[in-house]
Ligand binder design. Structure first.
Ligand code: CTP
Ligand code: MG
Length: 231
């Protein structure tokens, strides 16, 4: 099996309050984007990485990939205003011969190879698949003040990235969304808009997105756990 991955990293990282794009935040000596890109650099199924960045950060990212030996990055391209626009720009750069295409947030450094492989196999069969975890919290729908209902948790999943697609499906979904001015909440939702099936693949609670400063504490704990596990 083989796949290509588009990594959107063209955000501002506002909620992280680091004063700069969180992709450059250093965790155990390596910048966040290098942690994330390394997962794919080391996966033999991954044949090509496209990174989407802010125009002013392209040079710095390219230098980081050279410095850290990330050789599968074929291009660092300029993103757009919304994440979906950034992903679309990345998809346009892919060479067409990959079986499966993944989209994975630059801000999710802890995804594991075994989960990626199960996801890729499912996407190849179904057309589209997404990693997720079962909800731990009880979820209530409210009007802002009053509780309207308690939703049956057994059917609820929190979705993550990577989100994976047969190559033809992802191009069609993003072109369809652009033509109909649809902004989806995640990548596979664009496939849902076309009425096509999307499968959920159970992933790990460690595959967090680093969004707010508290997430950095969890990130350091995950890295420490992995270091100790290796000893
Ligand atoms: N992203 C992107 N292009 C955008 C917005 C986001 O490529 N226009 C990327 C981010 O760099 C990140 C991923 O999409 O890797 C998920 O987005 P999020 O966690 O929201 O990151 P930011 O948008 O950078 O953070 P914030 O919303 O707090 O500003
Ligand atoms: Mg954002």
């Amino acid at each position: 099996m083989n796949y290509a991955v588009v990594i959107p990293a063209a955000g501002q990282g506002k909620r992280m309050q680091a004063g700069h794009n969180k992709q450059f935040l250093v965790l155990e000596e390596r910048p966040l984007i290098i942690h994330t890109a390394s997962v794919f650099e080391q996966d033999p199924w991954c044949k090509e990485i496209i990174v989407v960045a802010n125009a002013s950060e392209i040079y710095d990212m390219e230098e980081l990939f050279k410095e850290w030996g990330i050789r599968k990055v074929k291009q660092v391209v300029v993103g757009g205003n919304e994440r979906q626009n950034s992903v679309h720009e990345g998809l346009k750069c892919l060479i067409p011969e990959h079986q499966v295409v993944l989209v994975h947030d630059g801000a999710r450094p802890f995804v594991e190879q075994a989960d990626i492989h199960r996801l890729v196999e499912q996407a190849e069969q179904t057309g589209a698949a997404v990693l997720g975890t079962k909800m731990k919290d009880t979820v209530k729908r409210t009007d802002g003040e009053k509780v309207l209902e308690t939703i049956d948790r057994s059917s609820l999943w929190a979705v993550q990235t990577p989100q994976a697609f047969q190559a033809a499906v992802v191009t069609e979904a993003y072109d369809y969304a652009a033509a109909h001015q649809i902004i989806g909440t995640d990548d596979t939702s664009l496939v849902e808009y076309m009425g096509r099936p999307v499968k959920i693949v159970e992933g790990s609670y460690d595959n967090i997105k680093l969004t707010t400063p508290e997430d950095m504490v969890v990130a350091r704990a995950i890295l420490q756990k992995r270091r100790e596990g290796k000893r």
